[in-house]
Design a protein around this ligand. Structure first.
Ligand code: ZN
Length: 463
């Protein structure tokens, strides 16, 4: 494996001067976290080829803004940042996607896409620089192909790997692994990867002269968004909790000795581009692009068909379960929603909210807490965005997937009418508190309780 020396922040020209400063002010020393790409079976050329291939697919699937003024601005900002990315020099390009959601993603080899909603939501150029730094870091740290490496290696086997790692390793591996889609590259970054991208991203923004605290400000915005949505935003469902990210980003800034002198926060160019974006016809939401709405939400208020007693299997990479055969599933990784047609309603803010069905997700409690304490934290967290939430029946012990779990009943304001009853099941997993929320209006709950129980009882963790 190639070494991956981090670029020294200070050039040798000012080394003496800085040494003097170090002696005088040891607090200001740069003790940044050193990061390197993980185990990877692909070459950096593979990253570029793969990114190119998938960028074509992505650009067909997504409504691209194709506005030279906006893309030029993004590229100009992006190129200034990539100079401070460590390791391999990838051919970075930056493009705006005409979607209102707050989102951005990076393909291996340097293709970076920023949703228009993100550019419009950012308060200043330093926030956008922080996000671009995060995406550039996914590229520089090769998270995409490293993730693919981890997911296919066990199924392909070491012997096969040895023989295919010839001239066309990429193609053969892809064939050998079978189903590996765009999603497996885009959406399966681990929380460690996300955390690394935050850390390196803040280093890059800092080195390019931006106020690195802006990335933390942007996470505050994300946290607000998540609270408003009720259902976790798809893209952020795999990310560490915003609170944890803010903490880690601030810690890294401290390690670097604080923001650079004369840190840049905003620019006239950014303000101009943002004004221009707001002057364009509004961008559609991503949910409106795929067919109609991924949740098939109805605002008619009609009760969904009763849950079928026949069950169907659902499998993600972390668990398996059975759920009613007339329900749908939506989601990725550990964040999954199972619901009947019409089971997702629009709340007062127009955001989709689960009214009938089961939602499975992960919560990151403060470190080293018991199942009981983590469950309390989760309930407090849910209450922040649901002020009407109250405990209906105190936590009681049960099993989930053969593990010790807690069963708690909650009452909340239903997005449809009156009160809803929520059955919360929690269990501790190596990566945080795993929870399942089964919900129905209180008046209809008895018609759903058997289905909820069948779903929860069928739960099986994959490892
Ligand atoms: Zn990320």
């Amino acid at each position: 494996m190639d070494g991956f020396p981090l670029r020294r922040r200070l050039s040798s020209v000012c080394a003496c001067l800085c040494l003097a400063v170090l002696v005088a002010l040891p607090v200001g020393a740069d003790q940044r976290t050193q990061l390197q790409p993980g185990w990877n079976l692909f070459s950096t050329q593979d990253d570029i080829k793969l990114g190119l291939q998938y960028s074509e697919e992505a650009e067909q699937q997504l409504p691209m803004l194709r506005d030279e003024r906006v893309n030029n601005y993004l590229n100009e900002l992006g190129q200034r940042l990539v100079q401070f990315a460590p390791g391999e020099k990838y051919p970075y390009t930056f493009k705006c996607v005409n979607v209102a959601d707050i989102n951005a993603f990076a393909l291996p080899g340097g293709k970076i896409y920023v949703f228009r909603g993100l550019m419009q939501a950012a308060d200043n150029e330093a926030e956008l620089a922080g996000v671009l730094g995060h995406e550039i870091s996914h590229v520089a740290l090769r998270h995409g192909t490293s993730q693919v490496t981890k997911s296919i290696a066990p199924s392909v086997g070491v012997a096969v790997l040895g023989s295919v790692l010839g001239d066309n390793a990429l193609g053969k591996l892809v064939t050998a692994a079978g189903a590996f889609s765009l999603n497996s590259l885009l959406l399966k970054y681990s929380r460690t990867d996300e955390s690394q991208a935050d850390i390196l991203g803040v280093q890059i923004a800092h080195d390019a002269g931006y106020d690195p605290k802006a990335l933390a400000d942007f996470f505050v915005l994300l946290a607000d968004q998540e609270k408003k949505l009720g259902v976790p935003p798809e893209f952020f469902s795999n990310h560490p909790s915003p609170e944890h990210r803010i903490e880690r980003v601030n810690e890294e800034i401290q390690k670097m000795g604080g923001p650079p002198a004369g840190a840049k926060t905003d620019s006239a160019e950014f303000r101009e581009i943002r004004k221009y974006l707001f002057s364009l016809p509004p961008a559609p939401r991503r949910a409106m692009i795929a067919e109609t709405d991924p949740y098939g939400s109805s605002s008619s208020g009609e009760e969904p068909d009763p849950p079928s007693e026949k069950l169907q299997p659902f499998e993600s990479d972390s668990f398996k379960l059975q759920y009613p055969a007339n329900w749908k599933s939506n989601g990725q990784g550990s964040a999954v929603t199972l619901y009947p047609e019409g089971g997702v309603a629009r709340n007062a803010h127009g955001s989709p909210e689960l009214a009938y069905g089961t939602m499975v997700n992960r919560y990151e409690p403060r470190a080293g807490v018991s199942l009981e304490a983590a469950t309390d934290q989760l309930i407090a967290h849910l209450r922040e965005s649901n002020p009407g939430l109250e405990i209906h029946r105190k936590p009681e012990p049960m099993r989930l997937g053969g593990q010790r779990a807690l069963s708690t009943y909650l009452l909340n304001d239903s997005p449809i009418k009156g009160k809803e009853l929520i059955w919360l099941v929690t269990t501790l997993r190596p990566d945080g508190l795993f929870y399942a929320v089964s919900v129905a209006p209180q008046t209809a709950y008895e018609h759903y309780s058997r289905s909820f129980e069948a779903t929860i009882n069928s739960f099986h963790f994959r490892q």
